[in-house]
Design a binder for this molecule. Structure first.
Ligand SMILES: Cc1cc2nc3c(=O)[nH]c(=O)nc-3n(C[C@H](O)[C@H](O)[C@H](O)COP(=O)(O)O)c2cc1C
Length: 356
């Protein structure tokens, strides 16, 4: 197994009950940005907005938070909504802004805007499998045209001085798994780190992320490799690091159901106790998040968002399904908030009765 590259002060490895050494989380340098712990919140369109990024950051244990991807064309056409999406607060740092597109010139211009806005890291999306993005020859489509991918990476790299990262998949499909080639292009073009999701674009989210392939990429490159795909528990993080030797982990869907995951992984790999969120923690998280959304968004969008996040946050809670069903019918934000409050009041009473 490869040992994770590290920088800064080495943290001691701890011993697991079976006598094996547990991999430790060593800080990783992405250019001049020290990422400690090396745990990344994955960019997720419609999810990693300002509110969710702040929630994850305030819970703690996360090294870098990523903004949902932004179209380079929309940035350069001055699209108001896009510019609003790109607002972030100091508290979120270090923060990565991810851009996508197929024109090297427009991507370079958009990257300049990302730098001017003060992002810590500029990230290029070369992994999005959505048809809308593929049709514009952006996202994962660039894995089918490595010449264009390289031109984009080089022009963007030359346009900015902040660290540049590239996020991609294993390839377009099983027959075209060219992630190692793309990784080498990134390395030779001055990119500071890569993140790879262990699936092909054709797979979308089906099957399992192939951690062995991520390990091959790590072995083939000298720049930091951040592994991504299907890490939803601290034990997964441990197994993943043991198998891949990657320099860091990126977590997407696991954080939507459990925004505490970064803190839990950090604790687990430091040999500490992994605290499970209590019902009160969950209630405060949901209500706090919902008030943030409701304060800012027009109510139609707020409700849509609240339903989506409630589905995730109540996953696995006793009675959670009933609440999810009930909130589909509720007409406005206040009735939504009171239904959630009532659900947790009752759950807390039941919990106390069980404990008595
Ligand atoms: C709702 C959703 C939106 C996503 N949006 C993006 C995106 O904007 N940019 C990107 O690079 N990947 C995006 N992804 C992919 C994730 O960043 C990540 O690579 C993928 O979910 C695998 O990691 P996971 O198993 O930890 O979720 C998205 C995934 C989901 C579920």
């Amino acid at each position: 197994m490869t040992t994770p590259a590290s920088s800064g002060t080495e943290k001691p490895a701890s011993q697991s009950p079976d006598g094996e050494l547990t991999p430790t989380l060593q800080p990783v340098m992405v250019g001049d940005i020290r990422v400690d712990p090396p745990l990344f919140l994955a960019p997720m369109a419609g999810v990693t907005d300002r509110d969710f990024r702040l929630i994850v950051r305030r819970i703690g244990g996360v090294g870098v938070v990523s903004m949902e991807f932004v179209s380079s064309k929309a940035i350069m056409s001055g699209n108001r909504k896009t510019r609003e999406l790109m607002v972030f607060s100091e508290e979120e740092r270090p923060l990565a802004i991810q851009i996508y597109g197929s024109s090297p010139e427009i991507m370079a211009d958009a990257a300049r805007v990302v730098e001017e806005l003060g992002a810590d890291i500029c990230d290029i999306n070369m992994g999005c499998p959505a048809n809308k993005v593929l049709k514009g020859c952006a996202g994962a489509a660039l894995m089918g045209d490595l010449g264009l991918a390289e031109r984009i990476i080089r022009q963007v790299r030359a346009a900015i001085s902040i660290p540049l990262t590239v996020k991609f998949r294993l390839g377009l499909n099983d027959k075209q798994r060219n992630f190692i080639e793309l990784g080498k292009i990134c390395q030779d073009s001055g990119v500071q780190a890569v993140a790879v999701h262990g699936r092909t674009a054709r797979q979308m989210f089906s099957g399992e992320a192939d951690w062995e392939q991520i390990a091959r990429l790590k072995d083939a490159l000298t720049l930091p490799v951040i592994g991504n795909g299907d890490i939803t528990k601290p034990e997964h993080a441990e197994r993943f690091l043991r198998r891949s030797g990657c320099d860091g982990l990126m977590i997407g869907r696991g954080a939507t159901r459990n925004p505490w995951i970064f803190r839990q992984i950090d604790a687990h790999l430091s040999g500490g106790a992994v605290a499970q969120p209590t019902l009160e923690d969950r209630r405060d998280l949901i209500l706090g998040h919902f008030r943030m959304v409701a304060d800012r968004e027009p109510s139609k969008f707020a409700l849509h968002k609240l339903r989506k996040f409630t589905g995730w946050y109540t996953h696995g809670l006793p009675g959670g399904r009933n609440l999810r069903r009930q909130i589909q019918q509720l007409p406005d934000v206040p009735s939504f908030l009171s239904a959630v409050e009532q659900f947790f009041d009752e759950a807390l009473v039941e919990d106390a009765n069980r404990a008595a």
